[in-house]
Design a protein around this ligand. Sequence first.
Ligand SMILES: Cc1cc2nc3c(=O)[nH]c(=O)nc-3n(C[C@H](O)[C@H](O)[C@H](O)COP(=O)(O)OP(=O)(O)OC[C@H]3O[C@@H](n4cnc5c(N)ncnc54)[C@H](O)[C@@H]3O)c2cc1C
Length: 383
Amino acid sequence: MNFAMSDNLARDLEKFNDLLRGHLEPFLNQWYKKEAIPREFFQRLGQDGWLGFTGKNGQFVEQSYLKQTILMEKLATISPGVAVAVMVQISLGMVPLFLFGSEPQKETYLPPAARGETLICLGNTERKAGSDVANIGMEAKKVDGGWMLNGTKAYVTNGAISDLALITAISDPSASRNHRLSMFLVDLTSTGVSRKQLKKRVWIPSDLTRLHFDHVFVPDENLVGKPGKGLQQVLATFTQSRIPISGLTLGTAVGAFEAGLERACKREIFGQRIADFQAKSFEIADFSSRIEAARLLALKAGWTKDQGKDFRMEASMAKYLSVEIARQVGVWAADLFGAASVMQDHPVHKFPMDAWASSLGEGTQDVQKLIIFREIMKKRDII
Ligand SMILES: Cc1cc2nc3c(=O)[nH]c(=O)nc-3n(C[C@H](O)[C@H](O)[C@H](O)COP(=O)(O)OP(=O)(O)OC[C@H]3O[C@@H](n4cnc5c(N)ncnc54)[C@H](O)[C@@H]3O)c2cc1C
């Protein structure tokens, strides 16, 4: 067992920090005000190879999940909302194409996506189908040369800025619940697609968008993976995505902790720094320890995936624990700013709100507990 960061990874992290200092931090206030992330930022990340995939001998390979977890933590420490937009591009947009796409689909869509030139989102959730992923109503009817899509995806991150969307729909209504969905890659400029950007209070400046499909034609070659395997494909995508979202959520906790600590060390009340009250110093020690525990678990999940081992339990545990700590430390940090914390533009605001959002993406806390329990029982051969 080795807990030391490799020289390569340390160098990469330094380069990534430089990029964030030069191309994110100076513009962040502006992006928060506009509630939008310019496409150029994705291109900048793509140019330097930060979008999750690397070209090798004409082939695309996934970058290390350990590394992605570390980078996500770093990015989310500054802005969980920017981090989620990047994570969606990599983990919900590119990963399903990488895992299930045909060779022509990979050749066509992955290189521009890895350069940040083409943006891809994923829509599964509908009003009546969130945790119950299979319960969607969106239809895909077979027609000559393709499929006709009808329905609405309720909450799609990056839906406003993406060029393409991976969309799940019922392609065979006569099949059983687990075998009736397929996944389609939809050009969002197609006739019949409409988008409505939703007003939200979390993960600013990313967008959350409702995508409506009214008789949208999707050619046969845009079916992703196997017909009838859409549910398994989207679940596998969420399972993988739980690793980077754990890094993101951890970053949310770290951002909050740093803001809270700074405040506790600066603000004097009753003649002493807040941090010098023993009650507060114990909280600092406690949160610091628990953040480190969540970090070790997130890194273990990334490492387990990189080793080609079954990472389902680790990914769910990492997501569960990082959300628990991010929620608590977010409220703690906001509390330390007193009344100032509730003002509209106060920077500490985003951490508790974004921790709340993290609890929803890739499965709620209850869903993670269901998965962890199932994996525990499976490992013991009980079910
Ligand atoms: C900011 C944001 C971004 C999002 N981005 C996307 C996106 O890009 N693409 C996309 O497809 N979706 C996206 N979503 C949707 C997200 O995946 C869903 O909100 C999530 O899956 C929960 O579904 P729901 O909102 O319908 O809640 P519900 O499933 O209705 O859950 C409500 C409550 O019931 C609990 N619950 C559910 N099932 C069980 C159970 N079996 N046992 C015990 N308790 C249970 C839940 O834990 C929760 O507390 C996004 C949501 C948000 C808020």
